[in-house]
Design a protein around this ligand. Structure first.
Ligand SMILES: Nc1nc2c(ncn2[C@@H]2O[C@H](COP(=O)(O)OP(=O)(O)OP(=O)(O)O)[C@@H](O)[C@H]2O)c(=O)[nH]1
Ligand SMILES: [Mg+2]
Length: 282
């Protein structure tokens, strides 16, 4: 298969990134949102550099899309790395209270420093950053307790930076999803595409779906495919699987099969399937 790299950089993102870097100076704490199905691939490679010394909370959202057992494994893995993490389900509201509480703590510390210097207290300013579609706006709505910013299934919904006050104590900045200018790590880019954390314009459904099937086999989830589609992927490539499934049940329409497979993964219709496992992560 020839390999054109996944390339996606819509116009609004360059501008947003510039504005985000400007706003970052005013921010006290960063809420870095990742996708629990791909906690490593959804770690934006430039973020650490932008954030510098600022305190941050690493949030693994979409916790409902992986099993509790895997959540435990990731907790242990990140703990070993010295990085605390917070699991959330921004759609249902799970894990939000803890994130809110932790953010407030930064505010208390910040205002103590201000008071010591004779300055008036102010709300803590937090920014929510991450790849597109990981659930940043949904998280903000949950933190605020109402639908204040738009949150939708497509990647690239939030296009402008927007400050919202969630209480007298906290102000939040909703930012568009950011992606690196060049997706250097194509392995990661493909995983993000499968999870729909980068826009559809960036990739070919059939190719991405074929790689997803290969990944399922590698990670030990091929039985899920067999159960759902009554076709065993073992011993064949993802490409062949799509071909065979199309031939048997979709009148040869490989594009329809690819879309169906991706949709079933993205809606968890084939079950909770992660694309990364801590034991396979360096
Ligand atoms: N299952 C599940 N879905 C979620 C969760 N968080 C958000 N979503 C859904 O994911 C989709 C994207 O959410 P958004 O809040 O728009 O994501 P975003 O990061 O703001 O996206 P951009 O603004 O496009 O960068 C929406 O359909 C949400 O309902 C979650 O924890 N679990
Ligand atoms: Mg958004």
């Amino acid at each position: 298969m020839s390999s054109p790299p996944i390339h996606w950089y819509p116009g609004h993102i360059a501008k947003a990134e510039r504005q985000l870097k400007e706003q970052l100076r005013k921010v006290d704490v960063v809420l870095e949102v990742r996708d629990a199905r791909v906690p490593i691939a959804s770690n934006h490679p430039q973020l650490a550099q932008w954030i510098g010394e600022k305190p941050k909370l690493v949030i693994l959202n979409r916790m409902d899309m992986i099993t509790e057992d895997l959540q435990k494994q990731w907790r242990a893995w990140f703990k070993e790395q010295g990085q605390p993490i917070y699991f959330t389900n921004a759609k249902q509201g799970t894990g939000i209270k803890v994130v809110k509480g932790e953010s407030k703590k930064f505010g208390v510390a910040m205002n103590k420093r201000r008071r010591d210097r004779g300055m008036r207290p102010r709300p803590v300013r937090a920014v929510v950053i991450g790849f597109p579609n990981v659930g940043k706006s949904a998280l903000i709505n949950r933190l605020v307790g109402k639908k204040i910013v738009v949150s939708e299934r497509r990647a690239g919904v939030t296009r402008q930076l927007r400050w919202v006050r969630i209480s007298p104590e906290i102000e939040l900045l909703d930012a568009p999803g950011v992606i690196p200018w060049r997706l250097e790590n194509q392995q990661d880019a493909i995983k993000l595409a499968i999870c729909e954390d980068i826009g559809e314009a960036a990739y070919d459904n059939q190719r991405i779906a074929a790689i997803m099937i290969d990944l399922f086999s590698e990670l030990g989830f091929s039985d899920r495919l067999k159960t759902r589609y009554k076709l065993d992927p073992q011993g064949i490539t993802g490409e062949a699987y799509i071909h065979d499934l199309a031939a048997t049940a979709y009148k040869g329409d490989k594009e329809r099969v690819a879309r169906q497979l991706l949709r079933d993964f993205r809606t968890s219709a084939i079950g909770k399937i992660p694309l990364e496992l801590p034991e396979l992560t360096k």
